[in-house]
Design a protein around this ligand. Structure first.
Ligand code: AMP
Length: 585
């Protein structure tokens, strides 16, 4: 397949923001591709060469990409850079400069998708002392043979700025349209949720249809999309919803880890599917040494502990383990313990389809426990009094709150979904404050006075799972300390754009727009219907959304959450209903 076809698809996708239209466009192209080509198209649409959890970064900063562009176009580095300042996107620079050059070039070879993948792979794999130069020349070679639109996307892909806004859910819609019936969408999504690999699902569909998709199973090496909890405002309601009896567990305040153990080694994944293996070498070692199975997938929360007293330490401590360098020092300084709460797979058996009591029993036997490996504290309760006492115990141990888990026959592990089989209940629900929200930065306002030269406030949004769009809920300017304000420009670097990002709906105009990427935890006094905010637009009043009043940054940057994992519109709506009438849920 010519790469120009793929670039043409990206170009068409970029010109629409309707999820339905995007799915139709992709379905059209997907149905005409061979299975291998399809897989590459699926990955490239999200700016990668493979699944999210297993692809190498291209390792090309904007300036290196610009170098390759000037190398190909013959412009000076200074001229290319000046254009980059004007356009803000290396893809647009390449398109402009190479477009001009192409009119005078007599010969160039037509690029195929296969050739692009081959060179992009070589770029990602280039290592060693002169790797930067190698990457630059490989890219220049591709650009030499690309037309302007192809060059735009190639440059965006290597610079990590693809962002044509194709969410995985839209891709699944497209695959269902191209290769199955609409009613098969759930089965296709299931296969994605248990493998986190869209390319794999696409290839199976194209070669073996729905039967092949049904054969896709949970297995070591493919992270499973995590199960998430709903929330309710009181312990009484939680018990009622669970049928009068449920398991309660402490809700630990740490980093969620999914461990995949096999004779080849142990891998740890975050809830965003990042590889956390290098961050917890001590836990990796314990899991490997003390596992009683050949292959196993378990989940737990990694929490920092005081080495003297063994008391749990606040979340900020364990985040020191997320750094990229000097891990040995962080391991020494921040001892952690893994509190395991679920078992999803063991020696060829898929436990995700089994009820929670069976999974928990298998988990209790899976390891030699002790030291840095433990189980979450659990108690089965059947009265509000017992639940209250358990909750107080959790707070005394410095936990965030508790998790209630269903013990019923249908209490399977629902990969990739939020539901009432797990219900969270946090400390904040008891105070006057509303719960905390995980909000996405979509804009920034320049600071004044003491904050001049820095950002002074941020425009914050929630995510709408149904439309794939972001709606704003507040302007946040409280709770920032000096260190955070200093760090903020670096955190947002590379995400700023001149106009509103494609998937953001906003009435309020910030000084600088920001692509959805950074998630912050925010506490608010209350929610209210707001004509200037766009989240949950029209749900409670026509022409108005729901806003958060008196928002305050809690100090927690949720870098363990992707923007799609932020508080959703559906959650916001449920929380607002809870606030309006706490007894009605
Ligand atoms: P939230 O991020 O507030 O939606 O809460 C869900 C998160 O709580 C999960 O993703 C886990 O990281 C964490 N967690 C802490 N303790 C538990 C537990 N006992 N069971 C399940 N999740 C837990």
């Amino acid at each position: 397949m010519d790469f120009s076809v793929v670039a043409g698809m990206f170009d068409r996708l970029e010109s629409t923001s309707s999820r339905l239209e995007m799915a139709d466009i992709m379905a059209d192209y997907f149905s005409k591709a061979g299975p291998g080509e399809l897989k590459s198209m699926v990955y490239l649409s999200q700016g990668r060469l493979g699944p999210e959890f297993a692809t190498k970064e291209f390792g090309m900063a904007d300036r290196l990409v610009l170098k390759a562009i000037s190398f190909t176009s013959g412009d000076t580095d200074a001229a290319t850079e000046a254009l980059w300042f004007e356009l803000g996107d290396p893809g647009a620079v390449a398109e402009r400069l190479l477009g001009r050059k192409k009119q005078t070039t007599l010969f160039s070879e037509k690029l195929t998708l296969g050739r692009v993948i081959e060179v992009l792979t070589a770029i990602a794999n280039a290592e060693g002392r002169d790797s930067q130069d190698k990457k630059m020349k490989l890219l220049a070679n591709l650009l030499h043979n690309s037309d302007p639109v192809e060059a735009r996307y190639i440059c965006r892909i290597v610079a990590g700025r693809m962002r044509i806004g194709v969410a995985s859910m839209t891709m699944l819609d497209a695959l269902a349209i191209a290769f199955a019936e609409k009613s098969d969408r759930d089965e296709i999504e299931r296969a994605f949720n248990v493998t986190s690999d869209l390319g794999l699902v696409a290839e199976a569909l194209a070669t073996g249809g729905l039967d092949a998709v049904r054969e896709i199973k949970v297995g070591v090496g493919n992270p499973i999309k995590v199960m998430l909890a709903e929330r309710l405002p009181s312990l009484g309601e939680i018990l009622g919803r669970m049928g009068g009896r449920c398991a309660l567990e402490y809700k630990y305040d740490g980093i969620r880890v999914q461990a995949h153990i096999s004779p080849d080694g142990v891998k740890l994944y975050s809830r965003r599917l990042e590889d956390l293996t290098p961050n917890f070498p001590d836990i990796v070692e314990s899991l490997r040494e003390r596992c009683r199975h050949g292959t196993l997938i378990v989940e737990g929360e990694c929490v920092a502990v005081d080495p003297e007293t063994e008391a749990m330490l606040p979340f900020q401590n364990v985040t020191l383990r997320r750094r990229k360098h000097n891990m040995a020092e962080a391991v020494m300084k921040v001892p952690v313990r893994l509190f395991m709460f679920d078992l999803l797979y063991a020696d060829g058996v898929d436990y995700t389809v089994k009820p929670f009591p069976e999974r928990r029993a298998a988990l209790a036997d899976a390891f030699e426990l002790g030291g840095d490996l433990g189980l979450t504290h659990l108690e089965v309760v059947s009265s509000e009094g017992e639940a209250d006492a358990f909750f107080d115990g959790a707070l005394a141990k410095k936990c965030e709150g508790i998790m209630a888990k269903s013990l019923n026959d249908d209490s399977v592990y629902r990969a990739g979904s939020r539901g009432f089989l797990w219900i969270k209940y946090k400390r904040d629900y008891r105070s006057d404050l509303a719960d905390t929200f995980d909000l996405v930065v979509v804009g920034a306002f320049h600071g004044r006075g003491k904050r001049a030269g820095l950002y002074g406030a941020l425009l914050m949004a929630v995510y709408d799972e149904d439309t794939g769009r972001y709606g704003t809920v507040c302007k946040l300017g409280t709770g920032f300390d000096d260190a955070f304000l200093e760090a903020l420009p670096g955190m947002l670097e590379g995400w700023e754009t001149d106009s509103a990002p494609k998937h953001v709906d906003a009435e309020m105009k910030p000084d600088v727009w920001v692509e959805p990427a950074v998630v912050l935890e925010v506490a608010g006094a209350e929610m209210s219907v707001s004509p200037i905010h766009t989240a949950a637009m029209g749900v409670f009043r026509e022409g108005s959304g729901v806003g958060i009043r008196f928002p305050r940054f809690t100090g927690r940057v949720r870098d363990d959450k992707a923007p799609e994992d932020a508080t959703t519109v559906a959650e916001l709506v449920a929380m607002y209903r809870m606030q309006l009438d706490p007894a009605a849920e």
